[in-house]
Design a protein around this ligand. Structure first.
Ligand code: FAD
Ligand code: DHB
Length: 391
C-alpha cells in the first residue's frame, strides 16, 4: 500500500503530526510498536507551554484540555529555607503554562484520529525505513498479518529516543552531542491533593525535589536519586520521608502520603542529533533530542518540531514549495538548542552534584541569590519556562 507520509511512532509527536496532516487533507499512516493501552499507561510530562496549548487547540483537540487543564500563573523555587515565587504571568508578558498530563494529550489525539479515520497500526514490529535518499522511500514492518510494506513520499521519524529512525541514518552523516548526568529522577504518582496549587522546585543539600500535580486530587512528586538505584529500593514510605526532608517546613507540613499508583526512575540526559533530516526522513521529538526534565521541555519541544514539520509538509503538498522542508532541520534545531540550554541551566542550578571542592556549590548559591534579587534574571527564567516563540 501507499501513503504520502509514513509516521513511525505513535507518541505525542507522531499523533499530532498525523492529525495536522489529516486536517490539511494529506494522507498518512502511523506505525506504532506497542499497544494503545501501553502507550496510554505511560506517565510522563505534565506542563504545557502556551504555544503547545495553542497548537493543540488549532489541531482541534483543545476542548477537554481547556475544561480540565489547570492554568498556572507562577511557581515556587525553594532554596534550603527560602522561597522564591516566580510570577510567570507578570514576568512573561501575560503568558502562562497549563498543567495537563501527556497521557491526556495522547488520549485526546487518539480520539480525534479515530473520529477522523486516520490509520494507526499498533503492534508494528521490526519497522525499517528504507531507500531514504531516493524519491521512492518505503517502510517495511511486521504485524500479525505478516510482512508488510508501506510506500510513501516521506518518512517522519517520531519514534522516541530508542527508536529505529535515527539509527537508519549512516553514522558519518549524523553528529551526536550528549551530556549524561550522574543522577536520575524517581517519580511517584498518588491520588492525594498536592502540597499546594502551584509547583515547587526545591534545591536541598540532600538533593533536588519537585512537587507537581495532574489535577487537584492527583499529585506527582519527584526526588533526585543516584542513577544506579532501582525502584524496588524505594518503598513509598522511604520516598515520602526523603521528599519531606527536602521541602521547606510549610510545604512539608501539607504533604499527604497516599499509596503510589505509579513509581519509576528516569535517567537525566541532554542529547541532540544533527541534522534532523536524512534525504526523505525527518526526525522530530525525542527521536532527535532529549532534555533533562527540569523545566518540562521534552514534550513541548516535540510539539514545536511538529509545528515546523507539519507546515513544511503542507507547503510541499499544497503549494509545491520546498523551502520550509529544506529549512526544517536548521529551524527546529535553533529552538531545540535554546531549550537544551535552558534545561541544562535549570538542572545545573537545582540539583546536588558530588563536589568538586565546593566551587560548584558556591556558583549555585550565587545563581539563586542573583535570581532572587534580579527582575532581569527572573524574566529570563520566566520567558524560557513559558516557552520561546514557535516563530
Ligand atoms: P515518545 O513519547 O517516546 O513516543 C515515541 C513512540 O514511538 C512511542 O509510542 C514508542 O512506543 C514508539 N516507538 C519506538 N520505537 C518504535 C519502533 N521501532 N517502531 C514503531 N514505533 C516505535 N518530559 C517532560 O516535559 N516532563 C516530564 O516529566 C517527563 N517525564 C518523562 C519520563 C520518562 C520516563 C520519559 C521516557 C520521558 C519523560 N519526558 C518528560 C519527556 C517527554 O515525555 C518526551 O519528550 C515526549 O514523550 C516526546 O514525545 P515523542 O512523541 O517524541 O516520543
Ligand atoms: C513535571 C515534570 C517536570 O519535568 C517539570 O519540570 C514539571 C512538572 C510533571 O511531571 O508534572
Amino acid at each position: 500500500r501507499r501513503t504520502r507520509v509514513a509516521i513511525v511512532g505513535g507518541g505525542p509527536a507522531g499523533l499530532l503530526l498525523a492529525l495536522l496532516l489529516y486536517r490539511a487533507g494529506i494522507d498518512c499512516v502511523v506505525l506504532e510498536r506497542r499497544s494503545r493501552d501501553h502507550v496510554l499507561s505511560r506517565i510522563r510530562a505534565g506542563v504545557l507551554e502556551q504555544g503547545t496549548v495553542d497548537l493543540l487547540r488549532l489541531a482541534g483537540v483543545g476542548a477537554r484540555m481547556d475544561r480540565e487543564g489547570l492554568v498556572h500563573e507562577g511557581f515556587d523555587i525553594a532554596w534550603r529555607g527560602e522561597m522564591l515565587h516566580v510570577d510567570l504571568r507578570g514576568l512573561a508578558g501575560g503568558k502562562t503554562v497549563t498543567v495537563y498530563g501527556q497521557t491526556e494529550v495522547t488520549r485526546d489525539l487518539y480520539d480525534a484520529l479515530d473520529a477522523a479515520g486516520v490509520p494507526i497500526v499498533h503492534g508494528a514490529e521490526d519497522v525499517q525505513p528504507q531507500d531514504l535518499t531516493t524519491e521512492t522511500p518505503f517502510v517495511t514492518f511486521r504485524t500479525e498479518d505478516g510482512e508488510r510494506r508501506l510506500e510513501c513520499d516521506f518518512v517522519a521519524g517520531c519514534d522516541g529516543f530508542h527508536g529505529v529512525c535515527r539509527q537508519a541514518i549512516p553514522a558519518d552523516q549524523i553528529r551526536i552531542f550528549e551530556r549524561v548526568y550522574p543522577f536520575g529522577w524517581l517519580g511517584l504518582l498518588t491520588r492525594m491533593p498536592p502540597v499546594q496549587d502551584e509547583l515547587i522546585y526545591a534545591h536541598h543539600s540532600r538533593g533536588f525535589a519537585l512537587c507537581s500535580l495532574r489535577s487537584p486530587l492527583l499529585s506527582r512528586y519527584y526526588v533526585q536519586c543516584p542513577v544506579g538505584d532501582r525502584v524496588e529500593d524505594w518503598s513509598d514510605e522511604r520516598f515520602y520521608d526523603e521528599l519531606q526532608a527536602r521541602l521547606p517546613e510549610r510545604a512539608a507540613a501539607q504533604l499527604q502520603r497516599g499509596p503510589s499508583i505509579e513509581k519509576s526512575i528516569a535517567p537525566l540526559r541532554s542529547f541532540v542529533a544533527e541534522p534532523m533530516r536524512h534525504g526523505r526522513l525527518f526526525l522530530a521529538g525525542d527521536a532527535a533530542h532529549i532534555v533533562p526534565p527540569t523545566g518540562a521541555k521534552g514534550l513541548n519541544l516535540a510539539v514545536s518540531d511538529i509545528h515546523f514539520l507539519s507546515q513544511a509538509l503542507i507547503a510541499h503538498f499544497k503549494e509545491h514549495e520546498d523551502g520550509l522542508l529544506d529549512a526544517y532541520s536548521a529551524t527546529a534545531l535553533a529552538r531545540v538548542w535554546k531549550a537544551e540550554r535552558f534545561s541544562w541551566w535549570f538542572t545545573s542550578m537545582m540539583h546536588r552534584f558530588e563536589d568538586d571542592g565546593g566551587f560548584g556549590q558556591r556558583i549555585q548559591e550565587a545563581e539563586f541569590d542573583y535570581l532572587a534579587g534580579s527582575r532581569a534574571a527572573q524574566t529570563a527564567l520566566a520567558e524560557n519556562y513559558v516557552g520561546l516563540p514557535h516563530l
